[in-house]
Design a protein around this ligand. Structure first.
Ligand SMILES: *Cc1c(COP(=O)(O)O)cnc(C)c1O
Length: 395
């Protein structure tokens, strides 16, 4: 048995000294484009085993591979392939599953760029049909299946409105019809939800969020069976050529050592902040799987083992002046996109929606001007609550 199989995941993530040259406690960064060989027979053999040998860093690289092994073990997959962004991972995984003219079923509140990739890129260029469903019921997916459906793409909880899909039931339905399944599992991190064990074919993460955790790296990963991942590595990874940089991979190796403890603290802080917001008179609604009003509690308990620090809430005001005063009044929660890092952040969907839609139009999407999204970071939770409290008093 390999050493890694005998330990829990926290130990496996924290402990990587055994594989390093010279007993270095932190692995080196293999910052090289190519690898050289003993002679003709050696390079000949390497070309026959290009998934296991190092030849050229657009293919396999030792620093990148070390992270891939850790992420695959953590998610319970056989193999994984890193990409230089979450969108790189998503587009490669989708293209692995879908041919021109196929049909994809996904959720209405899908992560924006993934939705655009399907509906505004694959559809016009390659005739891929896309059906967007609510996704809270398995029948939403079942009723949308067509003769040419080749992929069901999930995101649970969705990072926009935090709605869930029944992962095990959808995976079972898809398997019975020979349809591939992908899930974007970024919100829970690989720690609090294990979709591969529930029958999903490919699990994706934006490593720019909790896995990276320090807001200093953009990366993505696809995890799954050796058969699927080897095919993705040899085609979508090597041929499209968006390769993972060894230094970025090394940053992820650093991040993975503290992922379990960081997640615990994000959750503890998020619970305190959520309780404060839920009880505040100027807050209309909390959007979070841990919220008192969350409508899919039983499903969350069935398929998730933890909450995380990204949540939404609605201010009890529609006045843009008041909303701006609140956002600008925050001192610890910095204004910016993305989430999952050490620092607390705030973003208001209205900032982007107002550029394209009227307030009435985006109300139709179930979102109001006063909708806020926060990523609860690792700061002291009393400080975070005090910051929200003083900014709410400005409304
Ligand atoms: C950020 C994000 C992505 C895309 O990841 P990048 O690393 O920014 O390309 C995909 N899915 C979700 C849910 C995200 O939040």
């Amino acid at each position: 048995m390999e050493k890694k199989d005998r330990f829990s995941f926290e130990t496996h993530l924290a402990h990587d000294a055994e594989r390093n040259p010279n007993g270095a406690v932190v692995p080196p960064i293999y910052q090289n484009s190519l690898f050289t060989f003993e002679g003709w027979d050696d390079i000949d053999e390497a070309f026959d085993n290009r998934l296991d040998r190092f030849i050229y860093s657009r293919g396999k690289n030792p620093t990148v591979k070390a992270v891939e092994e850790k992420l695959a073990t953590l998610a319970g997959g056989e193999k994984s392939q890193l990409f230089p962004s979450g969108m790189g991972a998503i587009s490669a995984a989708v293209m692995h599953c879908v041919n021109a003219g196929d049909h994809v079923i996904t959720i209405k509140n899908l992560y924006g760029p993934a939705s655009n990739f399907l509906a505004s890129y694959l559809k016009p260029k390659f005739g891929v049909e896309v059906t967007f469903v609510e996704g809270k019921e398995v029948s939403d997916f079942e009723n949308a299946i067509q003769e040419n459906t080749s992929l069901i793409y999930l995101e649970s909880p969705s990072s926009a409105v935090f709605s869930l899909q029944d992962i095990e039931a959808v995976a079972k339905l898809a398997k019975s019809k020979g349809i591939k399944t992908i899930i974007d599992n970024t919100w829970t991190s690989p720690i609090y939800q294990k979709p591969l064990a529930m029958g999903i074919d490919l699990e994706i993460h934006s490593c720019s969020k909790y896995i990276g955790g320090h807001s200093d790296v953009v990366a993505g990963v696809v995890i799954g069976s050796a058969k699927d991942i080897d095919a993705i590595t040899l085609k979508e990874y090597e041929w499209i050529g968006a390769k993972m940089a060894p230094f970025e991979a090394w940053l992820l190796l650093r991040s993975l050592r503290t992922l379990p403890v960081r997640m615990k603290q994000h959750v503890e802080n998020a619970k305190a902040v959520a309780e404060f917001l839920e009880n505040h008179p100027k807050v209309q609604l909390l959007r979070w799987p841990g919220a008192k009003s969350f409508d899919q509690k039983a499903l969350a308990a069935k398929q998730m083992t933890g909450l995380t620090g990204l949540m939404g809430f609605q201010l009890r005001t529609e006045s843009l002046d008041n909303i701006k005063a609140f956002v600008n009044g925050l001192q610890l929660f910095q204004l910016g996109v993305s989430w999952g890092g050490h620092e607390s952040l705030i973003y208001a969907p209205a900032i982007s929606y107002l550029k394209e839609l009227s307030p009435e139009q985006f109300k139709g999407l179930g979102i109001s001007l006063g909708d806020m999204r926060i990523s609860v970071g690792l700061e002291n939770k009393e400080d975070l609550i005090a910051d929200l409290d003083q900014a709410l008093s400005l409304i």
